[in-house]
Design a protein around this ligand. Structure first.
Ligand code: SAH
Ligand code: SF4
Length: 364
């Protein structure tokens, strides 16, 4: 028996073994991918759940060193979608049978923003008969805000920890109160406490990141009992401080492979969570997301932001689908998913099975 097989069959997932699994090549690597697919079919099936992605606003109070829409980037033209634009995108997702939405935005905590999101959630729920699963991804917020947004119709929240290792976290964020590592973790706890389906994730291939960091990220997802994960390759952006390290990064092919390996290992370790095939994977390889679907991912997030705003939401360079209207994206996704052996779960919210299990455990 090869080592990878032994580790996986005996479920010996400690840091050293995970580093090993992140590093092996050849037959052992193949075994990992095959096993991830097997576990996916067994625990969550071959259905792919769609989340229509609305990039609500690129106005952000934070200055993360990696992100193209950071506050300090003066070259970005800032926008936010008006109410009708958001409602139309939501209605499109509903009518097309996407089953759920993600509304993402730069981080803001001011009263106007919190009220506007509450208002949008209420109107979306009204117009779509509460049939859409709504996910928010708008950074750190207060308990009061989370409760308000939940009451208005949000069920899920995504907030990536970005890097679980605190030293690495500090290297990619300014060292001040609004970029606090502790606060990021507290926010995740708050989301679980307030009853959200809770998602997190990391970037892969960051400068200064080692395989040991990535192994700890995987262990963190498990220890934290997370319901959904969105992780993808870090992609450099010229108008950001981290760009100076671009020559130290893994080549793109390896960065993508490492990202897909993380997806596969997470599927093997956690089995029933929802895992996204992320857009950043597609940036590095036109078939990047399909590769992730074959290796354990079961969620895709087609962009349904009105096209004229997409140039404004460049978190990283070469972001794909900048000029495609949502419907074009839909047909291209459908063909690609069939090629990857998956089937789209139309009209399904696609709640993570893991969340139900966690709820039951909490109630017992
Ligand atoms: N402001 C919110 C949500 C929008 S940013 C937040 O930060 O949580 C969404 C995600 O984009 C971030 O969590 C980060 O992981 C990712 N991202 C930002 N810049 C990136 C880059 N250069 N490469 C890859 N992913 C990036
Ligand atoms: Fe703002 Fe999110 Fe980008 Fe950080 S990652 S600068 S919080 S949009």
């Amino acid at each position: 028996m090869n080592n990878a097989k032994y580790i996986i069959e005996k479920e010996l997932f400690d840091r050293d073994n995970l580093i090993y699994l992140l590093s092996v090549e050849g037959d052992e690597r193949q075994y990992i991918y095959q096993k991830a697919d097997e576990i996916k079919q067994k625990y969550v099936g071959n259905k792919v759940y769609f989340r229509g992605l609305i990039e609500f606003s690129n106005i952000c109070a934070k200055n993360c060193y990696y992100c193209g829409i950071r506050r300090g980037n003066g070259e970005v033209q800032r926008y936010y979608l008006n109410e009708e634009e958001v409602l139309q995108a939501a209605e499109f997702a509903w009518k097309e049978g996407y089953g759920s939405l993600v509304i993402q935005s730069g981080e803001r905590k001011d009263k106007w923003f919190v009220n506007q999101i509450t208002n949008l959630l209420e109107k979306i729920s009204d117009r779509t008969g509460e049939e859409l699963g709504i996910t928010l991804s708008m950074g750190e917020q207060t308990e009061e805000t989370f409760l308000r947004w939940k009451k208005a119709g949000a069920e899920r929240y995504l907030i990536r920890v970005e890097a679980f290792n605190p030293e690495l976290y500090h290297k990619i964020h300014p060292n001040d109160a609004i970029h606090s590592y502790q606060q990021r973790l507290e926010t995740l706890k708050l989301l679980q406490k307030t009853g959200y389906q809770t998602g997190t994730g990391v970037m892969i291939g960051l400068p200064f990141q080692t395989k040991s960091h990535l192994a700890d990220d995987l262990l963190f997802f498990k220890d934290f009992d997370i319901d959904m994960v969105g992780m993808g390759p870090y992609i450099e952006h010229e108008q950001t401080p981290l760009y100076q390290y671009k020559d130290q990064l893994l080549p793109k092919k390896e960065r993508l492979e490492l990202s897909i390996r993380m997806v596969a290992l997470l599927r093997i370790i956690m089995k029933d969570v929802n895992i996204a095939a992320t857009t950043a994977m597609q940036t590095l390889d036109p078939l990047g997301r399909e590769k992730a679907l074959k290796a354990g991912a079961n969620v895709m997030m087609p962009n349904i932001t009105p096209v004229r705003y997409r140039e404004g939401y460049l978190l990283y360079e070469n972001k794909p689908c900048l000029d495609e209207e949502a419907e074009d994206c839909k047909s291209c996704l459908e063909a690609r998913i069939h090629l990857a052996g998956g089937e789209i779960a139309w009209y399904k919210k696609g709640n993570p099975k893991h969340f139900h299990k966690r709820q039951q455990a909490n109630n017992n």
